[in-house]
Design a protein around this ligand. Structure first.
Ligand code: ADP
Ligand code: MG
Length: 429
């Protein structure tokens, strides 16, 4: 028996409405979802909904209170023959045609995320729900998310699939509120079969959008619909996002995309060249891949630059052209800190051994340096949390998160410690 059935029972039993009104206004409704804070029902038409909400919403909330559910929001959606009245779903053409599984190069840094994305694309809702993909800028999150979209739509072009950036979602919430279109907004999103939402960190500190998203997420999730999410950090590290959301996000599968290794970078360059029917000598591929290390978008930028140089000069790509094209990039080499450098520096400062930082020894003399080193690795290198965990003797990324949080807290409460960290950061940079 759903909570809505109980509400109906109560309304009928208590004789709060005439039996005629009951048959007219309560019988035609149907339960859709309930998550403890929002109850969603569907009704036959828009005028019905308006009348029902105006005349009966307070009775419903009174009944809910009697049943022990206080402060519940009642959401009322309009049902038509084929299901919920469908408002236009955001165009699938928002997907970039280049972002498919075919063009995605798999390497050690993204293998897990790729496998999980593939599994979800093949069997949505049954593999991992939600699927949460996280990692730094330009490492392929959007590409993977959209690849899932392409794959599903290719199999079933009628699928109600929505890919949306979180920024777009927030804008929609804002305009729905402004133009009093929040119900159609909800109705539209709740009719989705697969929701793919990119860069969820954008919802941070946006209360109303988070609330809308939380209810949307729950509704879709409970109805067995697939949700795919990306962010720059794992769920537990999303700051300014409610804990209940963080734990919902981590209830399915999380996988990270990290910076690709050199072999993967070479393959990416070769694929780019092949797609444009350009011949890329092996030594040029290696040269570029060794110069551009951490970000695939930059790798593409370097490639485009070389192509442009060669075509300006009217020559084929060779190492001279590549070197000339990349000259300014190389003149100001970006200094990329590694976890090892951070560890060495921190070990020197605290007079501990690097091996202590990686060990499982939990004495205070090494836990603090270890936490500091993890924290600095997160902030000063491009490594992902699992990579940092591995760099510290194979620790789980939750341990890394815990350490980072601890340091963040201590910086807030202990000004000497905060000063020390500032000076460590300044000397490392
Ligand atoms: P993110 O969303 O993580 O910031 P994107 O998905 O936008 O990164 O990727 C940046 C660029 O790099 C895109 O053009 C994308 O196609 C390309 N790219 C990223 N990862 C791969 C990969 N594994 N194989 C091929 N191209 C990739
Ligand atoms: Mg992106």
């Amino acid at each position: 028996m759903t909570v809505w059935d109980r509400v109906l029972d109560l309304v009928e039993k208590e004789g709060r409405v005439s039996s005629h009104s009951f048959v007219t206004w309560f019988r035609p409704t149907a339960f859709r979802s309930f998550d403890g804070s929002a109850l969603s029902i569907s009704v036959p038409s828009a005028p019905f909904r308006d009348w029902f909400m105006k005349n009966y919403s307070s009775l419903v909330s009174e009944m809910l209170t009697n049943l022990g559910h206080t402060g519940v929001r009642l959401l009322c959606d309009v049902e038509t023959f084929g299901g919920v009245e469908s408002l236009p779903i955001i165009e699938a053409s928002a997907l970039n045609p280049k972002y498919t599984f075919e063009t995605f190069v798999v390497g050690a840094s993204n293998q897990m995320a790729h496998a999980a994305a593939k599994a979800v694309a093949e069997v949505p809702s049954k593999s991992y729900n939600p699927l949460f993909i996280y990692g730094g800028v330009g490492l392929g999150k959007t590409h993977l998310l959209q690849a899932i979209g392409h794959y599903l739509l290719k199999r079933n072009p009628k699928l109600a699939l929505t890919y949306v950036s979180s920024e777009h979602f927030v804008n929609e919430v804002v305009s729905a509120i402004r133009y009093e279109r929040i119900l159609p907004f909800r109705q539209r999103y709740r009719a989705i079969d697969v929701l793919i939402i990119d860069d969820i960190q954008f919802l941070s500190n946006k209360e109303r959008s988070q609330e809308e998203f939380f209810h949307l997420f729950n509704t879709l999730y409970e109805a067995g619909k697939q949700v795919v999410i990306s962010a720059d950090v794992p769920p537990k590290m999303l700051t300014g996002v409610h804990e209940r959301m963080q734990s919902r996000f981590s209830s399915g599968m999380s996988a990270d995309v990290g910076p690709p290794d050199i072999e993967t970078r070479v393959v990416i360059l070769q694929k780019l060249a092949a797609a444009e029917d350009i011949s890329l000598p092996d030594n040029v591929g290696l040269f570029v891949a060794s110069k551009v290390r951490s970000n695939i978008r930059e790798l593409e930028g370097a490639f485009n630059r070389i192509v442009a140089h060669a075509s300006l000069r009217g020559v084929d790509i060779d190492i001279d052209v590549a070197q000339a094209a990349m000259k300014d990039l190389m003149d100001a080499p970006e200094r990329r800190l590694s976890i090892e450098t951070v560890q060495k520096f921190v070990a020197d400062h605290y007079k501990v051994k690097i091996s202590d930082l990686k060990a499982r020894n939990n004495s205070r003399s090494v836990t603090i340096p270890r936490q500091v080193a993890m924290y600095l690795s997160k902030h000063l290198t491009t490594s992902s949390l699992p990579e940092i965990g591995r760099g510290f003797g194979g620790k789980h990324h939750s341990t890394v998160i815990h350490s980072i949080r601890k340091v963040e807290m201590d910086r807030k409460t202990d000004s000497d410690f905060d000063r020390l960290l500032n000076s460590l950061i300044a000397s490392l940079k």
